[in-house]
Design a protein around this ligand. Structure first.
Ligand code: C2E
Ligand code: MG
Ligand code: MG
Ligand code: MG
Length: 287
């Protein structure tokens, strides 16, 4: 690969296309074994109710602790998993980890819902629903404790299959969220047709909402649209107090982002929650 040079003279191989390509190719091979080698980790990021300022849930985010490259960003290896046809085993790993963790949280006296991200590929998997049902049975998990997030663009890739699978998931009694809302061009008609409960406004709009009028308008009108359709609204990527306050003023329901916490190892979550200023009080907490 051709090295680029920064102003300070350091070579920047990461930007080189050949180098990046061969890195991806070898990661694809390694990802096949990562599950067996126990290199995947479940992290969770809290969601906080903007009104009560209490933790009201968490999102499961998978991490890959690579022996050589260290902790890998999910955004990158999810794409690799998609190209390598590895979404099904990856989703299965995340689902099993999420149900196991949710059970452990209840044991630890914390019954907060955990949302799991699904990919477009999962919407084409005819066995997904039975596997999810199987996990609810195995762990005796209450349907309120597991939720599913699907990106707006995944829904648009597979609108008919999505409607079918979301309807059957909804029959299990779980909450469904549309992720990265505002980036996927769904129509009002479609939104009214699918059984979703919550819209998550994409973090790009939230992060820019104080600097860009366009972003602010998108955030504000998504909150209005969602509320008019009877949906709850989560803002993702909340990094500053100023953004938090603007979201409160706009009537947004829930916030998620670095202002509250970065994603943390799922096993440490109850401890973090107990000691944080956002901690959920009774009657949510059992112990
Ligand atoms: P997402 O579901 O929209 O998750 C939010 C992403 O934004 C996470 O990145 C999270 O760490 C990051 N984030 C949270 N708060 C902030 C903030 O305040 N500022 C900034 N700059 N970023 C923030 P992550 O974990 O790298 O995940 C990236 C994407 O990969 C996720 O986007 C999701 O679409 C996908 N993903 C993650 N875990 C899974 C999984 O288990 N299964 C599937 N299918 N996809 C997953
Ligand atoms: Mg998500
Ligand atoms: Mg998102
Ligand atoms: Mg996102």
């Amino acid at each position: 690969g051709q090295a680029r040079h920064t102003a300070s003279g350091h070579a920047l191989y990461r930007g080189s296309p050949d180098r990046e390509f061969s890195r991806r190719l070898s990661l694809m091979g390694e990802l096949r074994h990562a599950i067996a080698r126990n290199e995947l980790l479940l992290y969770c990021q809290p969601k906080v109710d903007l009104e009560s300022q209490r933790v009201c849930g968490a999102e499961a985010l998978v991490r890959w602790q690579h022996p050589k490259h260290g902790m890998l960003s999910t955004g990158e290896f999810i794409k690799i998993a998609e190209h390598a046809g590895l979404i099904t085993p990856l989703t299965q790993w995340v689902l099993e980890a999420a149900f196991r963790q949710s059970y452990a949280w209840v044991e630890a006296g914390m019954d907060l819902p955990m949302s799991v991200n699904l990919s477009a590929h999962d919407l084409r998997d005819p066995r997904l629903l039975d596997r999810i049902k199987g996990l609810f049975d195995t762990w005796g998990t209450a349907p309120e404790l597991i939720q599913f997030e699907l990106t707006e663009s995944a829904l648009m890739e597979e609108p008919v299959g999505a409607l079918e699978i979301l309807t059957r998931l909804k029959d299990l009694g779980v909450e469904l969220l549309i992720d990265d809302f505002g980036t996927g061009y769904s129509s009002l008609t479609y939104l009214q047709k699918i059984p979703v409960d919550t819209l998550k406004i994409d973090q790009s709009f939230v992060a820019n909402m104080l600097a860009s009028d366009d972003s602010e308008i998108i955030v504000r009108s998504t909150i209005e649209l969602g509320h008019n359709l009877g949906l709850k609204i989560v803002a993702e990527g909340v990094e500053t107090q100023a953004v938090w306050e603007r979201l409160v003023a706009l009537g947004c329901d829930t916030a998620q982002g670095y202002l509250i916490s970065r994603p943390i190892p799922a096993g440490e979550f109850p401890d973090w929650e107990r000691h944080s200023c956002w901690h959920a009080q009774d009657p949510l907490r059992k112990a």
